[in-house]
Design a protein around this ligand. Structure first.
Ligand code: HEM
Length: 208
């Protein structure tokens, strides 16, 4: 199978942090509120994975290397796995498995509502990310998967609500997200492809 080494590398890199955080929580290495640290880390991890997934298309346009697209789905699935663990951590450690508390949060707390909308969007993309759905949905598949940019905005808004007092880190993620959104505009995407083609023809031509 092509790009096997890349896939194995991604599997190892993506699976180690949650294992480390779960062990850390069990061994008391995550401070006085390990549940909250675990939920926060998994949420941030999910956002980072979403941003990495979204860089695959611009990188492919720039370099024409097929590997970026070959691993895009795997990265998206890891993002979803982190979100599922983030959600499970919230239900277990923050809501203490009390269903009435989860339902109250879902109807009263705006940042939980926004997070839940992002989760539902990611779920829709995950269940339709297979070959069968691509064939079945045809053109609609692309339109559906553009939802990923709405999901990114929802995830950023969700995070903004949580870290309101500490905007620095949020701004860094929002900036990366904004650049990725810009890169999807057809003018910018076309420009990227032209720069990539020029560079492949003669790398010296675009040396700064
Ligand atoms: C039903 C869905 C979701 C629920 C219930 C939920 C719940 C939470 C909670 C309770 C926190 C704050 C924990 C605290 O510090 O008190 C949080 C933070 C966060 N969540 Fe979610 N979340 C959901 C979906 C998502 C999704 C889809 C993403 C990203 C793709 C995400 C990313 C984040 C991030 C980045 C943070 C901030 C972490 C930090 O403090 O740096 N969440 N979430």
């Amino acid at each position: 199978m092509r790009y096997r080494l890349w896939r194995v590398g991604i599997f190892i890199a993506a699976s180690l942090p949650p294992m480390y955080w779960f062990y850390g929580a069990m061994l008391g290495l995550l401070g006085p509120d390990p549940g909250k640290v675990l939920v926060d880390n998994l949420g941030l991890g999910a956002l980072v994975l979403l941003l990495i997934t979204l860089t695959m298309t611009p990188l492919q346009q720039l370099t024409r290397w097929g590997g970026w697209i070959a691993v895009r789905r795997q990265l998206g699935l890891w993002c979803f796995a982190y979100v599922v663990l983030h959600l499970a951590g919230y239900v277990l450690f923050i809501a203490g498995l009390r269903l009435e508390l989860v339902l109250r949060d879902l109807s009263e707390r705006p940042y939980i509502i926004v997070g839940a909308l992002a989760f539902v969007g990611l779920l829709a993309l995950t269940v339709t990310s297979n070959r069968f759905s691509i064939r079945r949905l045809g053109r609609k598949w692309k339109a559906l998967h553009r939802l990923v940019y709405v999901i990114l905005l929802l995830a950023l808004l969700h995070m903004l609500w949580v870290v309101r007092a500490d905007l620095g880190e949020w701004l860094a993620y929002a900036l990366v997200g904004g650049v990725l959104l810009l890169m999807r505009l057809s003018v910018v995407a076309g420009g990227l492809q032209r720069v990539g083609a020029l560079w492949r023809e003669n790398p010296k031509k675009i040396e700064i």
